[in-house]
Design a binder for this molecule. Structure first.
Ligand code: NAP
Length: 219
């Protein structure tokens, strides 16, 4: 049985947890306030879920989802995430996160920054341009004419493979938008982020249409 550690139990973390359990995974999920505050969610998720601290979820996961906004002062459990593939769902939102100069200047993408913060993990940007509840409802079996695609970006081939398998199980095709330095192409404000329902060919075209137009749109 594969266990997914999930750090972040909000919109994205809780919907990925539901989709993962529906596909036969165990999940260990965490928020910032402690496992006791997740009793209701864990009860709703059923016996394949348990709550832990962020470090506990990281340690338990065969791979880990980080569904938490990135902070300049890293608040992720670096040691417990060491050696693991980390799927990061973060979108950089200036209204929420404040300005992060290295991202605004185009020097780094937000996911390169996450990779720097987790130097012993293998980060992959995933699930960033789909609204969380759609993860459960928009999936279709492989080969369906209305199957949609999601992008993923990483500097590590095995991290890409894990996301590709997970997307497929959830009912989505993958478009590889690697490496992390290219991940701004799916950032908030870009065509691939704005057009939520995209076939594989539409997503490829939208990623190609991306333009670095303003600092706050870089992700
Ligand atoms: N909502 C969407 O549809 C969507 C879609 C794609 C991508 N995203 C991106 O994905 C990220 C998560 O979004 P969301 O909508 O799920 O946010 P959210 O509903 O606000 O949930 C954030 C979660 O992160 C937890 N958290 C924050 N800091 C933490 C820490 N240091 N350790 C452990 N847990 C921590 C929070 O716990 P507490 O509540 O205990 O503080 C909360 O459970 C954001 O960057 C967002 O932009 C969102």
């Amino acid at each position: 049985m594969t266990t997914i550690g999930i750090i972040g139990a909000g919109e994205v973390g809780s919907h990925i947890a539901r989709a993962a359990i529906a596909n036969g995974y165990e999940v260990v999920i965490a928020n910032s306030r402690g496992p006791e505050t997740l009793r209701g969610l864990v009860e709703a998720l059923g016996p394949s879920a348990r709550a832990a601290t962020a470090a506990g979820a990281a340690a338990a996961g065969d791979f880990v989802i980080v569904a938490v906004p990135l902070k300049v002062d890293n608040d992720m459990p670096v040691e417990a995430l060491a050696g693991k593939v980390v799927l990061d769902t973060n979108n950089y939102m200036v209204w929420r996160d404040g300005h992060i100069p290295v991202i605004d200047s185009g020097q780094k993408t937000v996911h390169e920054l996450r990779q720097e913060q987790l130097p012993t993990s293998r980060v992959v940007k995933a699930f960033t341009h789909i609204q969380a509840p759609r993860i459960l409802t928009w999936g279709r079996p492989a080969g369906s004419p209305d199957r949609l695609a999601l992008s993923a970006s990483s500097d590590y081939v095995d991290a890409l493979e894990i996301v590709t398998r997970l997307y497929d199980q959830f009912g989505f095709d993958t478009v590889d938008n690697s490496p992390l330095s290219e991940s701004w192409r799916s950032a908030p404000g870009q065509p691939a982020w704005k057009q939520e329902r995209q076939s594989r060919s539409e997503l490829i075209a939208n990623l190609a249409k991306a333009r670095l137009v303003k600092a706050s749109a870089v992700g």
